[in-house]
Structure formats: C-alpha cells, structure tokens
Design a protein around this ligand. Structure first.
Ligand code: NAP
Ligand code: MG
Length: 472
C-alpha cells in the first residue's frame, strides 16, 4: 500500500491544510493500491506563494547554475527510474516491460534533451542594435494526464526549470505515484526551495484554482479537449499564457509502394501499446482501398498476436486505466458495430479467461468510413479503424478531415513521395517511416491544441521575449 499524503511545498514535504484523502485503484486488480491527499484552495495558495517567492532568485541564476541542477536531476533519476517504472505499472497498468522501458525512457530522454537544449539555447540574441532577451515567464502551473505520466511531467518540469521558471505541478489523480517519486528526485538533486512544488488532488479544485490564480503566469495542460477549454476560460481574466496539448485522432498512411502486410502489422501492434492510451496514436490506418482484404488479413493476425494480461507478467498489453475508461472503450466498440463497420478483431467485453481488471480486447474495425464516430472521436483505448483510400490526394483528404491535428504517420518506399505527403498533413508532428527524435517539437494544430513541447523548441513556451532597443 502506498500512502502519499504530503505535498511538496517550498522544499519540504508538508501536511495538507485540510485533511482529505482519495483512494488510488490498481487497474489490474480493481483493488485499492494506496491513497493520496486531496489539496484544497488553501494548499494551492501556499504553493503559489512559495513559487512566486523563489522566482526572484531562480530567474536570476546563470545557465551554468541551472545546468548543474539539471545534471544532478539526471543522476538522481537514474537511481530511481526502476522504482518509477514499477509505480507506473501499479498506477495505470502499463506492462512492466513498458513501464520500466519506454515510459521511464521518455522521462530520461526529456531530461537529456533539456541538458542539450540548455547548453545551446539562445537566451540573448543581438539583432542590429536591439538585444532580444528571452526571460523566464514566471510561475508556471503544470497540469498532467495519466497516460504517459512520467513523460508528461518531465517534458514540462525540465524546460520550466531550465529556463529559470518556478512551478506548481498537479499530477493526475489516477496516476499520482510516479510524480511523487519524481518530486523526491528533484529534492535529492538539490532544486532550491520553492522552485518546484507539487500538490496532489483534483483538476476541478487544484487545476481550476491554479488556472485562475493571478500569480500564475502560465498554465501548461496536457489532457482532453474539454479540460483544455475549461482551463483557457478560467485563465482568460488574468491574461496568462495557456499551452494546450490535447487529444488526437491521427492518420497512419501506408503508401501503395510499401510492404502492406508488414506496415499494417506494425501499425496494429503500435496502436495497442499502452492499451491504446496514447494521444499521438495512429488510430486511423489508411490503406489503398483495392488492397483492403490484404490489410484485413494482416491486421487480424497482428491483433491476435497481442497478448493481454497482468501487467506484472510477460504480456504485451495490460488493462486500461480505470473503470470509466473501460466503459468508454466498450461504448465506442458498440458504436462501431452499430455504425456498420466490419469488426475483424476483438470486440466487446474482457478477453477470454479474464474476469477482473479493466482489460479490453485489442480491437480492429475495417472498411470504416471517415464519417463514422469511431473515425472522428478519440477512443483512447486499444481500438484501431482501417479506412480505404483511392489515391494519394484522397488519403490526404481523409487524413486532414478531422477536428484534431496532433500526429501523423507516413510509411512508404519512395522517400520523396513520403516527404511530400507528410508536408501536406495538417498536423503538428509527422513521423516518416518510424522517425523519432527528442529534439523534434511535439504538439498539435486545430483542436489538438497550441503547444509545442520537447527539446529546444519546447523551451520557447516558458520564455517571454523582451526587446532591448539601443542595446548595442
Ligand atoms: P483530462 O481528463 O483532461 O485530465 C488532464 C488533467 O487535467 C488532469 O490532471 C486533470 O485532473 C486535470 N483537470 C481536470 N479538470 C480540470 C479543470 N477544470 N481545470 C484544470 N485542470 C483540470 O485528461 P486525461 O483523461 O488525464 O488524459 C487523456 C487525454 O489527454 C486524452 O484526450 C489525450 O489525447 C490527452 N493527451 C494529450 C497529449 C498531448 O501531448 N497532446 C498527451 C497525452 C494525453 P484529474 O486528476 O482530476 O483528472
Ligand atoms: Mg479524464
């Protein structure tokens, strides 16, 4: 049982102002795995005051001073990363190999990227006689989701720290453990008191109070579209910056010259990673219409190969995060059936033989129309839809016919053609033949939000531009 009942404020672990706790449920067992304290508005006040006070000195530190701290964080993170991976398995059900693999690898990758970026970042840039000065924006509220919990915490905290900002982190109620250990990492690394603060609790109380707080200069939210909108509204009267990293319904285009079976298998397996709870998942697989039958065969086989079970065991896929999420996935599977899509793998209910835990079946619908709900709305579960296209223009038209614009995938042999297709996608991030890069800015267009995180370009969210005219 994990009891994480204190908050991290002004460099110390402190008791909440009011005593209120909440259960954390292990999605694999449906049992209580621990408790967190639920912060009140009074705790928010304490944390923001601490961050504001610390900003005066932290914002004046040198690049070298901050680099020393970030390097210490890297060393402390390395010591605790397996523990963090195990906490992720317990809080949100990622299979152990994934929790202690890609999940913690993403956290470590963002730390390493922040080190490289901090070494290179142009805080000052002379243009003619004007000095362009990039100064820390101030006190940041960082609000994160449960699906890749360490990734999302690291990708916000590191650039905020590196640019000289101070912050209050509000991790998700559903996955609070990894963030708690991460706070211990920062403490051990010697982050000065008040620079980093963390409150556990609900978005409705803590997130809303942070968003509206006059002493908070920026809110960075990764989460759903609905919450992103609420935060922007709450933040508007205080004219703070709002960085939104929201949902997606991203297209995975397999071009006609590609090895179709291999790519469909890869896209299907990829969709099921993390039980499909990935904002940038390629959840709409676009294949040449004339080769739909071939695609169906490959997807069926790949979905059947995805083993589902106890995340502490050797399975490819664990449960989804919660009962609500399970019900949502089931609802979309029913909608897909009602809409007349062809269910070729998985379907309603738990996988055979499993009677407890929020496990879903790796599910694939084929011959889907892009007008269907299962092609337009984010399921956020292990559900892939396959859509046929006539030619490249049609593929791009389908890909771009979405309210979202987060990610995209283009796989093919002709490199020039892949690049040309990628450029025509109205999404913020496109991976060509599996390209991956910690320095590539990550974020969306349209309803996927306005933020850009990851690497050096991610630093720009946390700085204000100051122009000093007549400087030179
Ligand atoms: P969510 O329900 O929107 O919650 C995200 C965070 O916002 C949580 O910490 C939540 O607190 C908090 N929150 C809720 N209501 C709030 C309010 N009124 N004011 C301020 N904060 C509030 O999202 P989720 O269910 O955790 O995550 C799934 C969503 O995140 C999906 O849509 C996914 O696509 C998106 N996502 C996007 C990216 C990206 O980079 N673009 C990455 C990952 C996930 P609680 O703890 O109370 O829920
Ligand atoms: Mg939610």
């Amino acid at each position: 049982m994990r009891d994480y009942l204190k908050f991290y404020i002004d460099g110390k672990w402190v008791d909440p102002v009011e005593h209120k706790t909440s259960n954390v449920i292990n999605p694999a067992t449906e049992e209580v795995s621990g408790h967190i304290s639920m912060a009140s508005v009074a705790d928010v006040e304490k944390a923001v005051v601490a961050a504001r006070k610390a900003f005066a000195s932290w914002s004046q530190t040198t690049r070298e001073q901050r680099l020393e701290i970030v390097l210490a964080i890297q060393a402390e993170y390395a010591k605790r990363q397996i523990e963090i991976g195990e906490a992720i398995t317990e809080e949100m059900g990622a299979p152990n190999a994934l929790g202690c693999g890609f999940h913690i690898g993403l956290g470590g990758g963002h730390i390493a990227a922040a080190i490289d970026s901090l070494k290179a970042f142009k805080f000052e840039e002379l243009r003619g006689s004007t000095m362009i000065n990039r100064v820390p924006i101030g006190v940041c509220a960082l609000i994160t989701p449960w699906n890749w919990p360490m990734n999302q915490v690291a990708v916000k905290v590191l650039p905020a720290l590196a640019t000289g900002c101070t912050m209050v982190l509000k991790p998700p109620q559903l996955a609070p453990y990894s963030a708690q250990i991460f706070a211990e990492v920062l403490h051990a690394a010697g982050v000065p008191a008040g620079v980093f603060n963390m409150l556990q609790g609900s978005g409705a109380v803590v997130g809303a109070a942070l968003s509206a707080h006059p002493e908070v200069d920026l809110v960075s939210i990764t989460g759903s579209e609905a919450v992103g909108v609420e935060i922007a509204k709450a933040a508007a009267p205080t004219v703070k910056r709002v960085c939104q990293e929201l949902g997606g319904k991203s297209a995975f285009i397999v071009l006609d010259d590609a090895d179709l079976a291999k790519n469909v298998a890869g896209a299907t397996g990829g969709m099921m990673i993390n039980s499909g709870q990935t904002c940038s998942a390629g959840s709409r697989l676009l294949v040449p219409k004339a080769r739909m039958a071939e695609a169906i065969e490959a997807a069926k086989k790949a979905a059947a190969d995805v083993t589902v079970g106890d995340p502490k065991g050797q399975f490819a896929m664990g449960p989804v995060v919660s009962k609500n999420q399970y019900n949502e996935v089931q609802r979309y599977i029913e909608i897909g059936v009602q809409e007349g899509a062809e269910l070729i793998a998985g379907g309603p209910g738990r996988p055979e033989g499993i009677t407890k835990g929020f496990y879903c079946k790796p599910t694939v619908f084929a011959k889907v129309s892009n007008k269907m709900k299962i092609a337009r709305e984010e399921v956020f579960g292990p559900v892939l839809v396959i859509i046929g296209y006539d030619d490249i223009d049609h593929a791009i038209e389908i890909a771009n016919d979405s309210d979202f614009g987060l990610a995209g995938y283009v796989n093919g042999v002709d490199k020039a053609q892949c690049n040309a297709v990628a450029k025509r996608m109205r999404t913020g991030w496109v991976s060509i033949n599996g390209g991956f890069d910690f320095q590539a800015p990550f974020g969306g267009m349209k309803k996927s939000g306005n933020g850009r995180e990851w690497g050096e370009l991610g630093f720009h969210e946390y700085v204000e531009i100051q122009a000093l005219l007549g400087y030179a």
